[in-house]
Design a binder for this molecule. Structure first.
Ligand code: C2E
Ligand code: MG
Ligand code: MG
Ligand code: MG
Length: 287
């Protein structure tokens, strides 16, 4: 009937941005609101350790969103949403600002020599004014570039457009920021790209750490990456270290830093400060 047709049409042509019908869009507008209010977003920090002494050598800043209705939402569930809906630049700015403020606080207190690592989205590098944003924050908090590290996922660096990024990375590195390739080994990589990219560290993806030390293939891959990195003068941070055995393997294999639940979960800064006790790892003597 005409009535039914009318209803179907009106449904079909209902404005695309109907929040009630589209939970994703509702989330986007919630995120927009969160960015304005600022008080639902948090940075948590996960320690990185020098493996044999257990000494803290760095912190990774990890974004958290405490949604007023849905509770804690993890970045895996909203970063790509932010990217697709034009909010990443603003979100990235918020993260850099917070991380620098925290770094200024830590520099003046318990942890003067720490690098804080920030995850940088591809979009921030491709289209943003990352360099000037960082410079503004450093000036505001009187920090040096060497106190901030930038993590870029391997898949980003392998993107075709990465060609244009190389000069930007180089410029950032020349200024003294540390640059790491995140999730190393998970993108499709020709190892040749490592030679061309201006980076300081590799973050070995936790997929390779998970089955250590038992899985022969993973053990071989990890050793090979560590040998290669050493030859190229790159540091290696192992991600997702959860057990003492994994850690012992990595120490023996010459890994330069380790990060994972075995040492600490990502925590709010205040929580973390209370728990900063080094965990030394005894490596059994070779028999
Ligand atoms: P990522 O940078 O590779 O961060 C490591 C992830 O592994 C974090 O998940 C961390 O909580 C988790 N993790 C750490 N140790 C362990 C462990 O021992 N075992 C296991 N199973 N997991 C561990 P999270 O916090 O959910 O972050 C997920 C991803 O979201 C990050 O992966 C990063 O790519 C992205 N992300 C987080 N914060 C930001 C941010 O501020 N900006 C951007 N652009 N991306 C971010
Ligand atoms: Mg990371
Ligand atoms: Mg990672
Ligand atoms: Mg990862």
């Amino acid at each position: 009937s005409a009535k039914r047709l009318g209803r179907n049409l009106s449904q079909r042509f209902r404005p695309a941005l109907d929040k009630q019908d589209n939970p994703q869009l509702a989330l986007v507008s919630d995120l927009r609101a969160a960015l304005i209010s600022g008080d639902q977003l948090e940075l948590h920090y996960q320690t990185q350790h020098e493996p044999s002494s257990g000494e803290v050598v760095g912190m990774e800043a990890l974004l958290r969103w405490r949604h007023p209705r849905d509770g804690m939402i993890s970045p895996g569930d909203f970063i790509s949403l932010a990217e697709r809906h034009g909010l990443m630049s603003q979100l990235g700015t918020w993260v850099i600002e917070k991380a620098c403020a925290q770094q200024a606080h830590w520099r003046n207190s318990a942890m003067p020599k720490l690098t804080i690592w920030v995850n940088i989205s591809a979009l921030q590098l491709f289209q943003g004014d990352l360099e000037s944003q960082l410079a503004t924050c450093l000036r505001r908090y009187q920090l040096k570039p060497s106190q901030i590290g930038l993590e870029l996922t391997e898949s980003v660096l392998l993107d075709e457009r990465a060609g244009d990024m190389r000069p930007r990375l180089q410029a950032l590195r020349d200024q003294g920021y540390a640059i790491a390739i995140d999730d190393f080994g998970t993108g499709y990589s020709s190892l040749g790209y490592l030679k061309r990219l201006p980076v300081d560290k590799i973050k070995l993806d936790r997929a390779f750490i998970k089955e250590l030390p038992h899985d022969q293939a993973d053990a071989s891959i990890v050793k090979a990456v560590l040998a290669m990195a050493e030859g190229m003068g790159l540091g290696v941070i192992a991600e997702g270290v959860e057990t003492k055995e994994q850690c012992q393997f990595l120490v023996k294999a010459g890994c330069t830093s380790v990060q994972g639940f075995y040492f600490a979960r990502p925590l709010p800064a205040a929580e973390l400060e209370k728990r900063l006790v080094p965990i030394p790892v005894d490596v059994p003597a070779a028999s």
